[in-house]
Design a protein around this ligand. Structure first.
Ligand code: 5GP
Ligand code: SF4
Ligand code: MG
Length: 478
């Protein structure tokens, strides 16, 4: 999912709309904006993408100079409008809306506890439990109530709250999901913006200031911005998969340009998994769009030509995010077509960022072969995806992850490839660090350079940085 927040701009809802548009890659299932003029909250939520979900009338009904917004891609909870965010509540103390990216690993335990105390849940989304925790908190002041509630959460959250007076942003102590802070100038006024990725800032003319730090709670109101660290301290565990696939390449996360990171991963991949010796002309072909930067790195490092051997139609969305399996299969054909002239008679090195189920990759290998390639070598700029993510990326169960049930040779057979090569975990971590560490020197929070343990890589390694309580094993492990 993606979140966006703005405080202190006369066109807050319009800016939120544009910000969400620039975060659309983070979720296309549903979206919403809640705004406030300081008197009450205004809300509009709808299924589908931002452009279709908001018309001018919907936007003009979102009054005020503050807003939060959300693009959803379902991890917890089904695909229904009632699970769209921001989620809002009205209670004795006023109104409150919340927008969340991440996944709470202790959600089921929290819900059991809350329901035993009389809470009635309206959605099946884990995010709703935060609102109940806030409502039940014994702490008197509103900011303290939110800190109290957040302190009871486990898992990943980059989360925004809006009430009549303030915009509140928090990032979990491990900093698993990204969150950035920026400034937007309008007339003589300086407003604040917060977003999952800084791509949302570029479009609205805002400036990236820094990442929200792991465990940081930021409160913005008429008096300005305040920052605190009310949660237990922990070592940062930023999601590696954001760098591999999820974030937009023009984003800067933790100081690192994601495009530069992906090229670095492609260069390492070329060193670790070069084209085996053989006869004939070789070309490096990306699976667009997600494989393009890594393929550029691979081609540069190996000295082999980069060719657009697969052409993508831009009139279909990211197929993986479509929630129904039937649509996903259909999507591959809709989305990619081989460019025969670039690959016929050649040894083709197809570079992609990841393999999940393997179904798309298999079709791609077939298409390239049918278009006359002499050999097809698959190279992947991340390690085998063997474990589900419990922190907000929608990976399937272990049984469906091809690398969890098949070894390298079997994967190669299934894909009908001449060879398959993945980047090592060490190569991935060091590739990300090689861009992030120098970039962070002198930036706020950059005084501690990222170490090899500063990242979550559970979907590759099975080493989960947030342990599960034995009483509530995650759904995929049951
Ligand atoms: P597969 O061959 O496993 O069916 O599909 C692999 C493709 O899925 C890659 O091109 C990768 O970029 C893409 N992909 C799209 N969305 C996701 C996602 O949310 N997670 C993962 N791991 N890969 C995704
Ligand atoms: Fe990211 Fe993978 Fe960790 Fe999930 S398990 S947070 S996708 S690195
Ligand atoms: Mg892809």
């Amino acid at each position: 999912c993606g979140v966006f927040g703005i405080f202190g701009h006369p066109e807050a809802a319009n800016m939120a709309y544009l910000g969400l548009h620039a975060l659309q890659h983070r979720g296309q299932e549903a979206c919403g904006i809640v705004s406030t003029d300081g008197e009450r909250l205004y809300s509009h939520r709808a299924m589908g993408r931002v452009q279709a979900a908001f018309d001018p009338q919907a936007l003009t009904s979102l009054h005020g100079d503050r807003a939060i917004g959300h693009v959803r891609y379902s991890t917890a909870g089904g695909s229904h409008l009632k699970n769209a965010q921001p989620i809002g509540v009205d209670w004795a103390r006023g109104s409150l809306a919340v927008a969340h990216n991440g996944n709470l690993t202790n959600f089921e335990a929290l819900r059991d506890r809350l329901e035993a105390r009389g809470s009635i849940f309206q959605t099946v989304a884990d995010t709703e439990s935060v609102l109940h925790l806030i409502a039940l908190s014994q702490v008197e002041d509103p900011e303290g109530r939110i800190a109290d509630a957040l302190g009871q959460l486990e898992g990943a959250y980059s989360i925004l709250f809006l009430d009549e007076r303030r915009l509140i942003a928090a990032r979990d102590p491990l900093g698993i999901r990204p969150l950035c802070l920026g400034i937007i100038e309008h007339d003589d006024r300086t407003g604040y913006v917060i977003a999952s990725e800084p791509t949302a800032f570029d479009l609205i003319g805002a400036r990236l200031v820094r990442d929200v730090l792991p465990g940081e709670l930021i409160i913005i109101d008429e008096g300005g911005m305040r920052s605190s660290f009310p949660f237990r301290r922990a070592e940062r565990k930023m999601c590696l998969f954001e760098y591999v696939y999820f974030a937009r390449p023009d984003s800067i996360l933790e100081g690192a340009n994601v495009y530069e990171v992906r090229k670095a991963l492609g260069r390492r991949l070329a060193v670790e998994q070069p084209l085996p010796p053989g006869e004939g002309e070789a070309v490096v072909v990306p699976v667009p769009d997600s494989g393009v930067p890594a393929a550029i790195g691979f081609a540069g490092q190996s000295g082999l030509p980069f060719e657009m051997g697969l052409i993508r139609s831009h009139y279909v969305g990211r197929t993986f995010i479509e929630p129904q399996q039937s649509i996903r299969h259909f999507g591959v054909r809709l989305k990619l077509n081989p460019n025969r002239a670039a690959i016929e008679g050649k040894r083709v090195i197809v570079v992609d960022d990841s393999i999940v189920r393997g179904t798309t990759s298999r079709k791609i290998v077939k298409m390239i072969r049918d278009a006359g390639a002499r050999e097809v070598h698959v190279r992947i700029s991340s390690p085998p995806t063997r474990w589900p993510c419990y922190y907000g990326i929608d990976t399937p169960t272990r049984a469906e992850l091809i690398a969890s049930t098949h070894d390298l040779q079997e994967i190669s057979q299934y894909l009908t490839a001449d060879s398959v090569g993945y980047l090592s975990l060490e190569g991935l971590v060091n590739g990300v660090r090689s861009v992030e560490a120098p970039a962070r020197v002198g930036t706020p929070g950059g005084s501690t350079p990222p170490g090899p343990d500063s990242y979550c890589h559970a979907c590759f390694s099975g080493s989960y940085p947030v342990p599960f309580t034995p009483s509530s094993p995650p759904r995929h492990l049951r």
